[in-house]
Design a protein. Structure first.
Length: 517
């Protein structure tokens, strides 16, 4: 189990919970991601939209704090782990008590769009009675302690916690962009392209100029930062701690090889340079990434043009308003009918009118700009773009999604495996593709999931099993094997039927057993 605070969404919803609630309830996707949702400590928990308004109204009563008034907590289970709604409510209550926010208003939504079942909590930091804004102190420690307690209570797989306790797996802080975006990080690129050469130079020595010249071939340089060193891209805002590329590249290790740091520069022209690229190095993946970047650049140019049009229109309107009121003030000044002592009242009234017109002029273009995302939509990230392509039937995109995904070991009725040279989609059934590349095929009798190397059947309905076998045969061909649930597949002579169709390589039987005849 992993629990963390999302500070970015907190910043975007600094004074209102409504924006965050819309996000966790997947308002744009009409709630397609949401498995369960509920509200706590609100007047009418059955009406989530009303609860969001109630939270916002409560937060508005606190005018003292300048911090964010909403706490966004994300709790994620390991792939394949599942808890029912009652258990998830217990998890939510446990974390809120640990943070000291048990009495606060909150809305929770459980998402099932990835292999990791996860929940989002939008918690109001403003107490509904005292109206004090509570900021949990050292919340990460409390969250990790709560994770360990819940892992023990529900028998969940231990996660990696920030205090160093966990399953002992290695941390790699540069993996964030790879996990979420499926793009090779600057840190990974340095490890693949530059690390071996640096280690060879540390063994032979040669001075700081030699090191900087070598790094210059990759458009990289080493800089002093804080108490250590970082590898920095010469033309992009990319930095990686030197010891994160290799443990031996600490300040002590580098200065032992090259001497005390000398701020020298390299004039070497770069032979290669880091660029964003998909984790897959296949030609199909590169072509798809080029299509993504081209679409992103075209949409960004369209959005920029739309914004410039709106900005230009507003500038012209503001200039016209200021010119018109300057003329009116001049007319008042030259007017001999208005007494001199009352002219200042007229000037004041004109100032109020002009301020109202200026505000309206600013507000209307802002409303018009809200239509810009519709006419020129903001380009999603690489992984989300792949997900959309896979949903529409692009098998290359599906393969890229699956490249880094782990197949969960979850409870099932039967499992079919085999060798598959390419990721394929079966067109005869309605399907849903997750962001991790798992394809769920739906029938009137249930569903089964294709994870790539295996197909998992969770229902014993014979019609569903027959459809799953049809898809498995089309996918795996002669390499089709039954990993578990042989009795289920043998029912009604299905195994015998498929043994005939796969005469070249019969279905593999479970170890020590054969199908019932």
């Amino acid at each position: 189990m992993i629990a963390k605070k999302n500070a970015k969404t907190e910043a975007r919803s600094a004074n209102s919970a409504a924006a965050l609630v819309d996000y966790i309830l997947d308002a744009k996707g009409l709630g397609a991601k949401v498995l369960f949702s509920w509200a706590t400590n609100c007047a009418d928990p059955s009406d989530i939209a009303l609860c969001a308004q109630e939270m916002t109204a409560t937060q508005a009563l606190n005018q003292r704090t300048e911090r964010s008034k909403t706490y966004h907590l994300i709790v994620s289970l390991a792939p394949g782990e599942r808890l029912d709604e009652g258990q998830l409510r217990q998890v939510e209550e446990h974390f809120c008590k640990a943070l000291g926010l048990a009495e606060h208003q909150r809305i929770c939504a459980v998402h099932s769009d990835t292999q990791n079942l996860h929940m989002h909590l939008a918690i109001s930091k403003v107490h509904p009675v005292t109206l004090n804004c509570i900021e949990p102190y050292r919340d990460y420690r409390k969250l990790q302690a709560a994770c360990r307690e819940l892992e023990a209570e529900f028998g969940l797989k231990p996660g990696i916690h920030r205090d160093g306790r966990g399953d002992g797996q290695d941390h790699d802080p540069g993996k964030g962009s790879e996990v979420h975006r499926h793009i090779t990080s600057f840190q990974t690129w340095l490890k693949q392209q530059v690390r071996e050469g640096i280690l060879a130079l540390t063994a032979s020595g040669g001075g700081w100029q030699v090191l900087q010249d070598y790094l210059g071939e990759f458009d990289v340089e080493i800089r002093e930062r804080g108490a250590g060193f970082v590898f920095a891209h010469r033309h992009q805002k990319l930095f990686v701690k030197a010891s994160a590329v290799d443990r031996s590249l600490s300040r002590r290790g580098i200065e032992a090889a090259f001497g005390v740091f000398e701020p020298v520069k390299s004039e070497i022209l770069a032979k290669t340079s880091y660029r964003s690229a998909p984790l897959s190095a296949s030609k199909e993946g590169e072509a798809l990434y080029l299509a993504y970047t081209a679409e992103r650049e075209a949409q960004q140019a369209q959005r920029a043009g739309a914004w410039l049009t709106i900005k230009g229109t507003r500038t012209e309107q503001l200039a016209e308003i200021r010119q018109r009121y300057a003329q009116r003030r001049l007319e008042v000044k030259l007017d001999r009918v208005i007494r001199k002592g009352r002219k200042h009242l007229v000037y004041k009234a004109l100032a109020v009118q002009m301020k109202a017109e200026v505000q309206a002029c600013i507000t209307v273009p802002m409303r018009a700009s809200a239509a810009v995302p519709g006419s020129a939509p903001k380009v999603s990230g690489w992984r989300d773009w792949l997900h959309a392509r896979a949903q529409s039937g692009d098998e290359t995109a599906l393969g890229l999604l699956r490249r880094r995904a782990k197949v969960p070991q979850e409870a099932s009725i039967g499992i079919l495996t085999g060798e598959h040279k390419s990721d394929s989609l079966y067109s005869g059934l309605p399907r849903t593709v997750s962001r991790d590349g798992a394809v769920e095929y739906r029938t009137s009798n249930g569903s089964f999931i294709d994870y790539g190397p295996r197909i998992v059947v969770k229902s014993s309905d014979l019609d569903l099993v027959k459809v799953a076998l049809t898809v498995a045969q089309a996918k795996f061909g002669a390499s089709l094997q039954i990993e578990s649930g042989l009795d289920l597949f043998a029912a009604a002579g299905l195994v015998k039927e498929y043994e005939k169709s796969l005469a070249a390589s019969p279905l593999q039987k479970e170890r020590g057993r054969g199908p019932e005849r």
